[in-house]
Design a binder for this molecule. Structure first.
Ligand code: FES
Length: 426
């Protein structure tokens, strides 16, 4: 073998070795890059999932709601006002499974076994209460006001379930709860400035909406007008103050209708009197807002039409009266073809009463209540199913699509009107 051939062979062997080393190094580098890539991907996913408020997750990203009733445990009770008339209940699911999110402004439906003070018999009572915090991963919160019994109406107990919560629902107790529902909730489609008007215990869905917006870092302007009698009934005072201090876009206006001696205007509250249209017109900047109103019926009946008269578009007004009772938004009355109106008779067979349908009545539930007929109700919005009543004859039409499942041959009184003479098992 010549020296030249030997040198060539040595050169080829060395070149091959270098090539193999280079390939191995390249392969290792690729593997490392792949690993780094997958780690980066994982941490990005974690960042996207963990700190986002459930309020902002899309429906498909949240846990699905359950059907029927689910057991919850009362974790905490917290009094929210000086008079100790409003109590918050923090609820966690007894099965330890994840909680579905909800739309701020919605409510929970509870089934309670309560003894009738007159008959002494235990009865299932279904009632709905607004969620009062923003959606959280591990608990729901409702805040409930004790209702004083009206004098002279022993059979009529509007505060039966609210007072039961105050007097009997203790930490550790189990409650049957339906999934969050309701049509009154924050609209996130258009990021308009938001005006929240809460009268009395109507503050609870407003706090849920405000918390959800602020926790999500929303820059929407939020105006909260809270109407309450005085500092004794003022709920969640420290929390609302802390929101005001922490967020420039949150404007709190407290209106005391009957301030007590210790209440100092400008310090404890800003305005003496109720929340009314003049107050809103004086304070709000002239621009388009979304209005959310929840409070006693008298407040709703004066404020909602006044907003419309002020020129607020119908689609920018959302409201709910106590209960919670979602009311359909005002619609301009359509001109009716003039045809003679035939009187409709509604018979309540158990009560043995027959009454003439009042075309101005909101619903068969309202008609029953106006005539002292004992019927169950909860949400008054077609969601909880507690007013479901058997239809013995005749037919009804619904003001809106029921959310609750309705058994064949039954109807939901709270959202229905009679089509013709009908008989109900009530
Ligand atoms: S009261 Fe809830 S469905 Fe009628």
């Amino acid at each position: 073998m010549s020296t030249g051939t030997l040198a060539l062979i040595i050169f080829v062997v060395i070149a091959l070795q270098v090539g193999v080393f280079a390939l191995v190094a390249l392969y290792r580098r690729k593997q490392e890059l792949k690993e780094i890539g997958s780690q980066e991907g994982a941490s990005q996913a974690d960042v996207e999932k963990s700190p986002v408020s459930p309020a902002l997750l899309t429906e498909s990203e949240t846990t699905t709601a359950w059907s029927g009733f689910r057991e919850f445990i009362v974790q905490h009770r917290v009094m929210e006002d000086k008079a100790e008339s409003i109590c918050s209940f923090y609820l966690t699911p007894a099965d330890g499974q994840p909680l579905p999110s909800f739309k701020p402004g919605q409510f929970l439906t509870f089934k309670l076994q309560i003894k009738d003070p007159v008959s002494g018999e235990s009865k299932n009572i279904v009632r709905c209460y607004s969620l009062s915090d923003s959606p959280q991963l591990d608990y729901y919160r409702v805040s409930i006001k004790r209702v004083p019994a009206p004098a002279g109406h022993p059979g009529f107990q509007p505060g039966r379930s609210s007072n039961y919560f105050h007097d009997h629902v203790q930490e550790g107790m189990r409650l049957s709860v339906k999934a969050p529902s309701g049509h009154f909730y924050l609209m996130e489609k258009e990021p308009l400035p938001v005006v929240l008007v809460g009268g009395g215990i109507g503050i609870t869905p407003m706090v849920s909406i405000a918390n959800a917006l602020l926790n999500s870092g929303s820059s929407r302007e939020i105006w909260l007008f809270y109407g309450v009698r005085n500092s004794a009934d003022h709920a969640m005072k420290e929390h609302l103050q802390s929101l005001q201090q922490a967020h420039k876009n949150f404007h709190l206006h407290l209106c005391y209708s009957r301030p007590i001696e210790q209440d100092i205007e400008g310090n404890d509250y800003q305005h003496r009197g109720h929340v009314d249209i003049n107050r809103l017109r004086l304070i709000l900047p002239l621009k388009r807002h979304q209005f959310y109103v929840c409070g006693p019926r008298a407040m709703m009946e004066s404020l909602v039409p006044a907003l419309e008269e002020w020129g607020v578009a119908n689609e920018d007004i959302y409201y709910e009266s106590f209960g919670p009772a979602t009311l359909p938004k005002h619609k301009k009355a359509k001109p009716q073809a003039s045809k003679p109106v035939e009187a409709i008779t509604v018979t309540f067979s158990k009560s043995g009463k027959s009454v003439t349908w009042n075309p101005d009545a909101e619903s068969l539930l309202a008609l029953a209540e106006d005539n002292d007929i004992d019927v169950d109700s909860g949400c008054r919005a077609g969601s909880c199913g507690s007013c479901q009543t058997k239809l013995e004859s005749g037919g009804v039409e619904y003001n809106q699509e029921p959310d609750a499942d309705v058994e064949a041959g039954h109807c939901l009184l709270c959202i229905s009107k009679p089509k013709n003479n009908l008989t109900l098992t009530a």
